[in-house]
Design a protein around this ligand. Structure first.
Ligand code: GRF
Length: 196
């Protein structure tokens, strides 16, 4: 069994999709999501964690240094003996020291086909600029903003009648499929390493 932690700031639909995929998989190597870390106290992801029975910890970023916040994040990850850390709508850039410690086991999901449309609010910005190709990318996290090595991506062409809301829904459907697939694979690999 390998152990997952998720970092989120908001809604947490990807967090929930990850947990459900872990729980529904019929496999001897059952992995577990052991921790949700959230930087916004009111993140809906924390409510989902409670309903899913997963420990949630609020790591404040206000009125303290980023270094202190990240020290708390890392301590929680170390204490939970986590193999893979998945960012799921975590709206903060992690410092190079954190990225280095978690190198190779820190992943993110982004709602565009990277390297197109990095950063926040990607779907809306792309839609308003007349982009027709949408999708989602899973990548390892490096020091940059959505610049790490791509692991998987899936795209679609928007239909002429698609509204922004239609496209958002389609992107999220893709996210909820490809992110669990990749995270499960990484957990399988971590599980094999644990058994050696
Ligand atoms: C997703 O679109 C993800 O790609 C991006 O932030 C959004 C988070 O959505 N990084 P949710 O909180 O998982 O519902």
């Amino acid at each position: 069994m390998a152990r997952l932690a998720v970092l989120a700031s908001g809604n947490g639909s990807n967090f929930q999709a990850l947990v459900q995929a872990l729980r529904s998989r019929e496999s001897p190597a059952r992995h577990e999501c052991v921790l949700l870390l959230h930087d916004k106290e009111s993140a809906y992801a924390a409510i989902r964690a409670r309903e899913l029975g997963i420990r949630a910890q609020h790591v404040a970023y206000h009125r303290r240094s980023r270094q202190d916040s990240e020290a708390e994040l890392l301590a929680a990850i170390r204490e939970s003996d986590v193999d893979v850390v998945a960012l799921a709508g975590f709206m903060r850039l992690l410092s190079p020291a954190v990225v280095a410690e978690l190198s190779g086991r820190l992943v993110n999901i982004h709602p565009s086909i990277l390297p197109a449309w990095p950063g926040t609010d990607s779907i809306r910005r792309a839609f308003e600029a007349g982009e027709r190709i949408f999708g989602a990318t899973v990548h390892f996290v490096d020091e940059g903003m959505d610049t790490g090595t791509v692991i998987a991506a899936r795209s679609f062409e928007a239909a002429p009648e698609d509204t922004l809301e239609d496209i958002e829904r389609k992107v999220h459907e893709i996210e909820h499929c490809i992110y669990p697939n990749i995270v499960l694979e990484l957990l399988d690999q971590a599980d094999i390493r644990r058994r050696r």
